[in-house]
Structures are given as C-alpha cells and as structure tokens.
Design a protein. Structure first.
Length: 150
C-alpha cells in the first residue's frame, strides 16, 4: 500500500460538481492499493498517519500529530500511485490492484482509520473521476509505502 500524505489547511474532493468529502486542518491521504496488501499494511499505515508528528507546536516545531491538533483526515483512492515508469513513456499500472480486490482493502483502511481516530473520515468515491482541491500547509508532503518501511 502506497500513500502520499499532504498536511493541509483545507482539502476537498468533488465528483460530478458535488463535494463528497472535505476537511479543514489535517491530512489529505492519497492511497494506492496493490494485490499483496493486507490488514498488516493497513495497521502500519494507520498508526503512522495518526501518530506522525508533522504539525507545529507552540514554538512552530513539527512536534504534534493530527490527533494531538484535533485535525481531520480526508482519504482519496489513487491507483496511479503504483505507476511503473521504467519502460517507455506510458505508465503501466499492472501493480495496482483491480477494483474487486482494491475496494474491500480501501474500505478496511478507511474503517481502521475511523476506529483509530474515533470519528468519521471523509473520502472520495472509489473509481470516480474526482477533482481534489487542497491548500497545502507548509508545504509538507510525505510518501510512505508499507512494503518499503523507510
């Protein structure tokens, strides 16, 4: 499972001219799922996302987590995070899980995140043509891969 986290002052996702998910201060999570992803990947990423100290404390030092600042998380599925670009100029998405595998994993990821945070986590609509708007705060952008825990 691969994610791109962006610390945001606000973010929203729109489908067919309707906002389907929005947050103020928090983290926008773009998530790409592959066939080999499991609950172990979900648990590792949810713990990292909720405990990552990327918000400023009273001294302006990134020392607080999204939970500690009472922030929110917006989750948007993005299969293109698994793009392979080694050969040619057209990315291959062969590593991205097909919807019948990805959707249940995506739903478990969102549910696990909601349980950990103790509140509803807004999302986009899996597989839809989505327009994502965000005001990146910092900017702070972090890439994590549960198969390559660096």
């Amino acid at each position: 499972m691969r994610v791109v986290l962006q610390r945001v002052a606000s973010a929203s996702v729109t489908v067919e001219d309707r906002i389907v998910g929005a947050i103020q201060k928090g983290i926008l999570v773009l998530v790409g799922i592959e066939d080999a992803d499991s609950q172990e990947d979900i648990d590792w990423l949810v713990t990292k996302i909720t405990q990552l100290r990327i918000f400023g404390d009273d001294n302006g030092v990134m020392n607080l987590s999204v939970e500690e600042v009472n922030g929110d998380v917006l989750v948007v599925s993005q299969f293109t995070l698994h793009a392979a670009t080694k050969k040619g100029n057209r990315p291959s998405y062969i590593k991205a899980a097909r919807p019948e595998i990805a959707i249940p994993i995506y739903e478990k990821f969102v549910n696990t995140l909601e349980n950990k945070m103790g509140k509803k986590v807004p999302t986009g609509i899996f597989g839809a043509d989505m327009k994502v708007a965000l005001l990146n705060d910092g900017p702070v952008t972090i890439i994590m891969d549960s198969k390559n825990k660096e």
